[in-house]
Write a new protein. Structure first.
Length: 159
């Protein structure tokens, strides 16, 4: 009996790990597609402006940070989370900041090489075509909230 329970737990952990990898890939694809379509707002300040002007256009808020000790960033996150929650916007916290930088091209060609884009907050607005990856990420967030994880979290894997 004990062996069956241990095996069930091991399979459950493996299943969860595969699920998180799948959702991580879906999120990466969604962010790259949204960026190409012009449906990605990047930066805490830019995101706050968009949320103030047109919150109904936002379908996903991604908050990215590897350093939980950055107090100022955590305060910004708390305010953004509160606003998104009140507006019915899906929120996802992500670690793997360097992966995001490589994925989304953290240095803009129009800026100095020293000035990196602020990828700590990203808003996905209504994509022209309803992206299937948006649904996968949204489902993951809903399932996480059902398991009492108020703000779902995801770790992006380095490749």
């Amino acid at each position: 009996m004990f062996c069956h329970i241990a095996e069930y737990k091991r399979l459950n952990v493996m299943s969860l790990s595969l699920r998180m990898q799948s959702v991580g890939l879906a999120l990466e694809e969604l962010l790259v597609t949204a960026q190409k379509q012009g449906c990605l707002t990047v930066g805490i300040y830019e995101s706050a402006k968009l949320l103030n002007v047109d919150p109904d256009s936002v379908v996903l808020c991604v908050l990215a940070a590897d350093d939980e000790n950055d107090v100022a960033l955590q305060i910004h996150f708390t305010l953004l989370q509160s606003f998104c929650c009140d507006s019915g916007i899906t929120i996802l916290r992500v670690s793997g900041f360097q992966r995001l930088q490589r994925l989304l091209g953290a240095v803009d060609a129009n800026r100095n090489q020293e000035e990196h884009r602020d990828l700590h907050c990203m808003l996905v607005t209504n994509p022209q075509a309803e992206h299937c990856r948006l649904q996968e990420v949204g489902t993951y967030c809903q399932e996480s909230r059902r398991l009492d994880q108020w703000v779902p979290e995801l770790v992006l894997q380095e490749r």
